[in-house]
Write a protein that binds this ligand. Structure first.
Ligand SMILES: [Fe+2]
Ligand SMILES: [Fe+2]
Length: 147
C-alpha cells in the first residue's frame, strides 16, 4: 500500500487542505519535469524526479485517505460519499502507473512516453476532482456540522 508507514499529519482540516493543494502543484511540476526529461532522452532525470515524488505522494495519499475520506464517510456514509470514494480509488492505479514509468525509465522503451502521458493526464484529472469537488465538500460539511 502506497500510504503505509506514513502516519497522518496532525493539521486542522483547513490547513491540511491547503497543504494538499500545494502538494498537487509540486507533484504536477515533478511529473512535468519527468516528462520533459523523457523528451530529452535523459532517463536518469526521469527516475530521479519520480523518486523525489514518491515520499510526497505516499504521505499525501495517507492524509487524504486517513483524514479527508474518513471524515466524509463518517458524515455521509459509504453511499453518500460514493463519488469521493471513486476519486480516492484512483490513488492505487496512479501509484502503480508511477512505479511502472519509473521502471520503464531504467529500461527505456516506446511504452515509457505513452505511459507517462497517461500518468500525467490521470493525475491532472484526479487533482482537479479533489480540488473542485472533494475538498470543497468536506470543507462545507465542516462549516455546517463542525467536523
Ligand atoms: Fe488524491
Ligand atoms: Fe490529492
Amino acid at each position: 500500500m502506497p500510504g503505509e508507514r506514513y502516519p497522518p499529519r496532525n493539521l486542522g482540516l483547513e490547513d491540511l487542505i491547503a497543504v494538499l493543494v500545494s502538494e498537487h502543484a509540486i507533484m504536477k511540476e515533478g511529473l512535468r519535469r519527468a516528462k520533459e526529461a523523457t523528451e530529452r532522452r535523459d532517463f536518469d532525470s526521469v527516475s530521479k524526479a519520480l523518486k523525489e515524488l514518491d515520499p510526497i505522494f505516499r504521505q499525501h495519499i495517507a492524509d487524504e485517505e486517513s483524514q479527508i475520506l474518513r471524515l466524509l464517510i463518517s458524515k455521509l456514509g459509504v453511499k453518500g460519499a460514493a463519488e469521493e470514494i471513486r476519486v480516492f480509488q484512483q490513488h492505487r492505479p496512479i501509484y502503480r502507473l508511477m512505479e511502472k514509468v519509473a521502471r520503464l525509465a531504467n529500461l527505456p522503451t516506446a511504452e515509457l512516453e505513452a505511459d507517462q502521458t497517461e500518468l500525467n493526464a490521470l493525475f491532472d484529472e484526479h487533482t482537479a476532482a479533489e480540488e473542485l469537488h472533494v475538498f470543497p465538500r468536506v470543507a462545507s460539511l465542516q462549516k455546517k456540522q463542525g467536523l
